[in-house]
Design a protein around this ligand. Structure first.
Ligand code: ADP
Ligand code: MG
Length: 295
């Protein structure tokens, strides 16, 4: 049975996409079967993966395709349209297999047009139903979803399909309010969809501080900010969990969308990611006492 995890924060630019692709890629390189789902209509996760694995969307082919790229027709749009096409949909119309251990349901610029239609319950349940009907939990060890920074039907669709969510944040003076808001949003969703969450709960894996300077260079101000957030009475009353390990700054990320720590020579970032993934797994397993020791 796989673990389905959403990377969630109502704020943009906090490292959701970067962490999602790095954790996913790391796990896949360590022989775990991983499915990434790009739920954000901005499609940054897809852009990054496509650049690394040399794919282009079919609608980009006219002037951009050359010998280097393979055309991809798989798209998350098919997942969102799925309900009406139950019998005819094929898995590969949605899922692009990149190698033996890594696959992606790519985002699609055309998904933006769904935004106006607001979705409705069919679209909200689409990812969950797709995962169930195609037995994806049996086929993958991890299903990781990159969410947009909005409370939209995309986010609802991701959370309805998830067992866990993880919140990357970059510490600033709005962080406490931001996490509080995030919890309110999830709480509301759990109330509205209470029947769904009676079957399997949606657990918070924790807050992870992102884009933090290397340990030796963290300023006193930054340390104090992180401490204040961790010790805030608001967050303590919500019983917010934090990752011990921070996701440290690596200046390559903003420079190259096809940059992955796993392939690079950065020992520092590699060890950092390895520690994060270890903690990530420990937190997942802590919610499954009966399965501990299996992984
Ligand atoms: N650990 C990091 N070190 C350096 N830059 C980072 C790091 N994590 C994210 N970034 C950069 O910060 C920006 C926002 O990150 P991104 O993952 O796209 O955030 P989100 O998905 O939350 O909007 C991107 O330019 C990304 O390259
Ligand atoms: Mg993003």
């Amino acid at each position: 049975m796989s673990n389905v995890i959403s990377f969630l924060n109502m704020k943009g630019g906090v490292g959701k996409t970067t962490l999602c692709k790095e954790i996913g890629f790391y796990l896949s390189k360590n022989n775990k079967k991983v499915l990434l789902i790009d739920v954000d209509p901005q499609g940054n996760l897809t852009q990054s993966i496509f650049e690394k694995f040399n794919y282009k969307h079919h609608y980009e082919t006219d002037n951009e395709i050359n010998y280097k790229y393979t055309v991809c027709t798989s798209t998350i749009n098919k997942v969102f349209e799925y309900t009406s096409l139950v019998d005819s949909l094929k898995e590969e119309e949605c899922i692009l297999e990149l190698n033996d251990t890594l696959s992606i349901i790519p985002g699609d610029l055309n998904t933006v047009f769904f935004e106006r239609s607001n979705g409705g319950s069919e679209k909200e349940n689409a990812i969950k139903n797709f995962i169930e009907d195609f037995q994806l939990k049996d086929k993958y060890d991890y299903i990781l979803m990159d969410c947009p920074p909005t409370y939209s039907f995309y986010t609802t669709a991701a959370l309805l399909a998830s067992d866990f969510y993880l919140s990357p944040i970059h510490p600033d003076s709005y962080s406490i309010l931001g996490i509080d808001l995030l919890f309110q949003v999830v709480d509301r969703l759990k109330k509205v969809h209470r029947d769904r969450f009676k079957i399997t709960p949606l657990e918070h894996l924790g807050v992870i501080f992102t884009n933090i300077p290397r340990e030796a260079s963290i300023s006193t101000g930054m340390r104090r900010m992180i401490q204040d957030i961790k010790e805030s009475s608001t967050l303590n009353s919500l019983e917010v969990i934090f990752f011990n390990e921070y996701f440290h700054n690596n200046p390559e990320f903003p420079k190259r969308i096809d940059y992955f720590i796993e392939d690079s020579r950065s020992d520092y970032s590699y060890k950092n990611l390895r520690t994060i993934v270890k903690e990530f797994d420990e937190k997942i397993n802590s919610f499954k006492p009966e399965e501990s020791g299996v992984r």
